[in-house]
Design a protein around this ligand. Sequence first.
Ligand SMILES: [Fe+2]
Length: 356
Amino acid sequence: MEVQTPPSSLPSRQFAAPGTVLVRPLLLKPQWMNGLSERLLVSHYVNNYGGALRRLNAIRTRLASVDWTRTPGFEINGLKREELIAAGSVILHEIYFESLGGYGNDPPNGLEEPTADLARALERDFGSVAAWRAEFTAMAKALGGGSGWTILAWSERLGRLINHWAADHAHGLPSATPVLALDMYEHAYHLDFGANAAGYVERVMANLNWQRIGARYRMAIGETAGEDELFLPYGAPPQEEARISAEELKATLDHDGRRPLLLDLCLPKDLPRRTDMLVGATLHAPGALSRWIEELPRDRPIAVYCICGFQVSGTAVTELRRRGYDAKALAGGITAWHAIGGATKPLDTSSYEEAR
Ligand SMILES: [Fe+2]
């Protein structure tokens, strides 16, 4: 089966082993969410989303070598079943995470409403936005203590938006396109909310990024979205050539003799959020760029990363490129690196400049 690519220009598409599904960066700022903790969101992204992605790619690698004429049916069934489940989990998690977050550098304020076109569609199909919300949240809360997804989807055949129940990652209405997916597996809330699924549902509803959900709706009904920038992490370099995907960086480090120099940039206030770094990287303060830039080689590619690939690495890469360095920002930062299972070592602050 083919995996659909959600609307985005990320990550860099010029590299991928055949069949590899690339990790998508977090668009939300996990430390600034409105009642959902960074610990919960990052654990969910790295372990559950990343786990599904790693599993999907491993299954696809295995499928590529299957001898379809000799492999027993039970092995084929097992691989194809697991491929469907893993792909569904990857895609639904991406829709879930991309539906959350604030705008630009601002945290969600809990007061956002659907975009005008989506609000009209919800009114048409549910009577009002409030009626849609009442049904959607009641369905999600009803899954508390169990597991599954609550999904807002566009059905061309039914000619309307519907809220539908999904018992697992492989459960959906045929040919309908998810617009918003709410993860009701316990791993999505237990760290913050214990068994209080209803409290979690209310917090998710207060963190929705309706611009991205609206863009997904326009894509679903066949309008040209043209809103790729909505799906770029805030502050990431807009040019594709100024970004490198986690998979490409990993392949380059593993196999390419021309290893990039690795720069780990971290604001002084964010150091307490850090525990590890890429093997071979050097930690620097972004504010001390004028000092550490003098030591950078001009004849070697440079990969710059920060925690999630927002403006810390984006601003530095833009400046390095302006000065003629072959620098790229790691899309999704070390968080995306964790999600693909990239190796790290304990954080080494010996090269870190004094906070300025
Ligand atoms: Fe999940």
